[in-house]
Write a protein that binds this ligand. Structure first.
Ligand code: LLP
Length: 400
């Protein structure tokens, strides 16, 4: 990694292609016995290189915007037919683009969206396959910002109202009520809530079938959590537990299963490599100031998320308690607080681990900082998959 940092500069996102493939393979294997499609959640990391390699393995994609649809088109035109479109605020141009691309499924989140979808489908002469994203009112333990399955959240449609809405939709010939979907939140470590949510969805599907709807898809959403700590983590075991929970929730239901994992596939395949700029003391505190900041990786600032930090050279040595912070002008710009870290000095490289998901995809230009470069490692080889943003590119759209 140190040589990559020398070659491409820092901050630098580095990904392991092999680990991404492996993680995708775990889902394929765990659900082998049932017809399924793994629709990778593009928002977790929308790098075209990552998307293309997943598409080659047969992945579909869970998208939430017209922009992400465009990414699928660039990564793999063949994968367009394996796209599910989620999100509470789809706009006309986005719906039109998705209808035109003949995606697999619209995950509809409100009655007004369903009405708009019917209208646009008619206008374009395309029949729209949809699933209502139901809100199962199931609690899943995670950070409040990324929990979505309770009725107090903005997501989905109250599961109790769903049947009546499907009934109304059946009268519109431009709509094809093809599935039911659910997503209860993200970074969920205990798998029981997934089973509970799916049980409710499966019961609804049985009712819908009795009402005469031809339900072929059940979308279980994403959300399977990883371990951000330093301990042992067995991803294969975690996916197996997840699969067992989903099987339990599905019972005898045989509809084609759609999955929308994001984090689990890419988080641990990525690290953010950054260089120490300064080390300084303020009173009792020692600050390690890195060239990466909250604009490059916002998870610690936004969710108080823990990311392991490891110096690239001296893994062992005297350790000191430090705050690792970036150059952005906010006290919330930190990667770690009061963390025991091997003593580092200006010029040293450190890696923030498990940064492959919701790292680069949430990066911004705050403080007019160009976004990092990204490199994909493949065995002994490596490839620049996105060059560092230049000052010129950053200012290109502006007029003084
Ligand atoms: N499907 C839907 C409808 C979603 O909203 C999400 C994530 C996923 C799938 C993928 O979830 P995953 O498998 O990655 O947990 N920025 C936050 C996470 C936000 C998750 C948003 N929705 C973070 O850094 O923790």
């Amino acid at each position: 990694m140190a040589s990559l940092a020398e070659a491409h500069g820092t901050p630098l996102y580095v990904y392991s292609g092999e680990q991404i493939d492996e993680r995708f393979g775990l889902f394929q294997a765990a659900f082998h016995d049932r017809p399924h499609t793994v629709c990778y959640a593009v928002k977790a990391n929308s790098s075209l290189a990552i998307m293309r390699r997943l598409a080659k393995l047969g992945a579909g994609f869970d998208i939430v915007s017209g922009g992400e649809l465009e990414r699928v088109r660039k990564a793999s035109r063949a994968a367009l037919k394996r796209v599910v479109f989620s999100g509470v605020g789809k706009q006309v141009w986005e719906i039109d683009a998705a209808l035109d691309a003949e995606i697999l499924l619209f995950n509809v989140e409100s009655v007004s969206e369903l009405e708009l979808l019917a209208e646009r489908a008619k206008a374009l002469g395309k029949r729209a396959r949809f699933a209502l994203r139901v809100n199962p009112d199931v609690f899943a333990e995670t950070h409040p910002y990324i929990s979505t399955g309770l009725s107090e959240h903005k997501f989905g449609i109250d599961i109790k109202q769903a049947r009546a809405i499907y009934k109304r939709a059946a009268r519109l010939k431009w709509l094809d009520a093809a599935g039911v979907s659910v997503h209860i939140g993200s970074q969920i470590r205990k798998v029981d809530p997934f089973a509970a949510a799916l049980e409710r969805v499966t019961a609804l599907i049985a009712e819908l079938r009795r009402d005469g709807h031809d339900i072929r898809y059940v979308d279980a959403g994403g959300g399977l959590g990883i371990d951000y700590g330093a301990g042992e983590f067995d991803p294969a075991h975690q996916v197996e537990k997840y699969a067992t929970a989903l099987e339990k929730g599905l019972g005898g239901e045989t509809a084609h299963l759609l999955l929308e994992p994001g984090r689990f596939i890419v988080a641990q395949a990525g690290a953010l490599v950054t260089r120490v700029l300064y080390v300084k003391k303020n009173g009792a505190k020692t600050f390690v100031i890195t060239d990466a900041a909250m604009n490059d990786l916002i998870r610690p600032s936004l969710y108080h998320a823990h990311h392991e930090i490891v110096p690239l050279k001296q893994a062992r040595g005297v350790s000191v308690k430090v705050d690792v912070v970036g150059p952005v002008c906010e006290s919330g710009d930190f990667f770690a607080r009061d963390r025991e870290l091997v003593r580092v000095k200006p010029g040293d490289l450190v890696a923030l681990l498990d940064a492959g998901a919701y790292g680069m995809s949430l990066a911004s230009n705050y403080n007019t900082r160009p976004r990092p470069a990204e490199v994909m490692v493949e065995g002994a080889e490596s490839r620049l998959i996105r060059r560092r943003e230049s000052l010129r590119e950053m200012l290109a759209g502006e007029q003084a």
